[in-house]
Design a protein around this ligand. Structure first.
Ligand code: SAH
Length: 469
């Protein structure tokens, strides 16, 4: 181990930063956040530092560094762009036995500043011992995604109750078990969802419940899994996927996304292939209620966004009626995922001032849309579940006034490695079925914005469908 990681209390202590350029500004800002009294010494001061010295606890002396600047300080950072000056500052600090950091030359000083994730009071510091700050930053980005922004508040909450939990559970093993339940269960989720008071109440209740095998009550997470590419799921979805006991998922949820679910979670397939619903909507609703009542953390995983043609509303209605706690996590809906990955901006100042999402598949199998409204110019229409209505869409939009040559994109398995894009026109949709073997899921985008696709497409791995338009 080349360095000893420690967290230093420097609140109200005098610190010195030599240099006032951009790099110095970042260090000064950090010292200020930690409450230090920072003196900056430099003949020239950049705009960022000028901004920082407006704060009470940052002051600046505009001249060259002198030895006396070091009097009484507890920490020194040499951050000029002149190596000789930095070396001089470092040598003096060593002489006075003051910890010193030299930017961009970790070996010159005797402490280094890590990459940090700040969820105060929770902090994670990452160091590569100066070997590769870029690697440290990449690692940090990865860890950021696993640590919810509200972890700081969670730590404060836990801190408030540490004493009373200690009183209730004298055995340290019991305490650990208790806190593991709290930090991964309902109390934490309540807090993350913004219900601080309820989280406190639930925690107090849990402490009073002297039963050591404290069981958190069940809950349902209605989570949008996005259109296919696992990189598109949210941090929140990711976290809930890691802590669910049971997962009820639809056909549209892609394999790579399912792979990210906690390994030992029970997996229940709820189907939803067109015309062959494996479980009826009623029995899915009942299943969710039953599992949650058994005390399980149930992840209801849906393709795209649960509130966009996902029947998410129906499912949580039943939960609400039964008084079962739930939370809803948005996902990237197929329209925006597929449009982005196909290079089709859904709105554009020159082509479309609005965008409409419609479903071309209705409960009884018929398609009954307000074609007049849809056929207005200067808008984009995105049809979900439209694979079996393609000729109807082309015919009706033309019949209601859109030009025959209006471009149409069919994006099949969008955002995945199998993504294919077919560019058509409203006119050519009529006999498309005979030429192409289109597979679900496919989304249909109609409007002038589609003409930008050729220029803006970027998603490399797709094998582009033939452009027949
Ligand atoms: N809740 C989902 C939509 C469910 S309806 C969402 O927000 O995306 C199912 C329809 O979504 C499919 O028939 C298809 O039109 C569209 N769809 C979903 N994923 C898709 C994908 N990866 N590529 C193309 N279309 C997709």
């Amino acid at each position: 181990m080349d360095y000893l990681p420690i967290f230093l209390k420097i609140e109200d202590r005098p610190c010195l930063v030599v240099g006032a350029g951009k790099v110095a500004a970042r260090k000064i800002a950090l010292l200020a956040r930690a409450g230090a009294h920072t003196t900056v010494v430099s003949p020239e001061v950049c705009a960022e530092v000028k901004e920082l010295i407006k704060q009470d606890n940052v002051s600046c002396i505009e001249r060259q560094f002198r030895e006396e600047d070091m009097d009484g300080v507890v920490l020194v950072i040499a951050a000029t762009d002149d190596e000789a000056i930095n070396r001089g500052v470092s040598a003096l600090a060593h002489q006075h036995r003051i910890p010193v950091n030299v930017v961009n030359a970790p070996n010159e000083g005797n402490f280094i500043m890590p990459s940090i994730i700040d969820r105060s009071p929770v902090q994670v510091a990452i160091s590569t011992g100066g070997a590769s700050p870029v690697l440290a930053r990449l690692l940090r980005a990865r860890l950021e995604s696993f640590i919810p922004a509200a972890y700081g508040r969670l730590a404060h909450l836990v801190n408030d109750y540490r004493g009373s939990v200690k009183k209730h559970f004298s055995n340290s093993g019991q305490r650990r078990y208790f806190w593991e339940n709290i930090l991964q269960g309902r109390v934490a989720e309540l807090l993350f969802a913004g219900h601080e008071e309820k989280a406190r109440a639930a925690l107090e209740e849990a402490i009073e419940d002297t039963d050591v095998h404290y069981q958190s009550s069940g809950e349902v997470y209605l989570v949008g899994a996005g259109p296919g590419d696992p990189d598109l799921i949210t941090f929140r979805a990711m976290r809930l996927m890691q802590q669910a006991d049971v997962v009820v998922y639809d056909r549209l949820v892609s394999e790579p996304v399912l792979d990210m679910v906690r390994r030992d979670a029970e997996m229940i397939y709820a189907g939803k292939a067109r015309d062959q619903h494996t479980l009826s909507q009623e029995s899915i609703n009942e299943l969710l209620v039953r599992l949650a009542k058994e005390g399980k953390r149930v992840l209801r995983l849906k393709g795209g966004d649960p509130f966009i043609f996902g029947r998410g509303g129906e499912e949580i209605e039943t939960l609400a009626e039964e008084g079962i706690p739930f939370q809803v996590v948005p996902g990237i809906t197929a329209a925006s995922g597929c449009a982005s990955y196909a290079g089709i901006p859904l709105t554009h100042r020159d082509y479309a001032q609005s965008v409409t999402f419609v479903t071309a598949h209705l409960k009884d199998g018929s398609i009954d849309l307000d074609w007049e409204m849809l056929a207005k110019p200067a808008q984009t229409i995105v049809f979900y579940m439209g694979l079996h209505s393609i000729p109807v869409i082309g015919r009706e939009l033309v019949a209601h006034g859109l030009p025959k040559q209006t471009p149409v994109a069919l994006v099949q398995k969008g955002t995945t490695r199998q993504q294919r894009i077919y560019i058509e026109t409203l006119e050519s949709l009529a006999d498309l079925g005979e030429r192409e073997q289109l597979q679900p899921p496919t989304i249909i985008i109609v409007g002038e914005v589609v003409s930008l696709q050729e220029k803006l497409s970027w998603f490399g791995m797709s094998s582009r469908g033939q452009q027949t338009g």
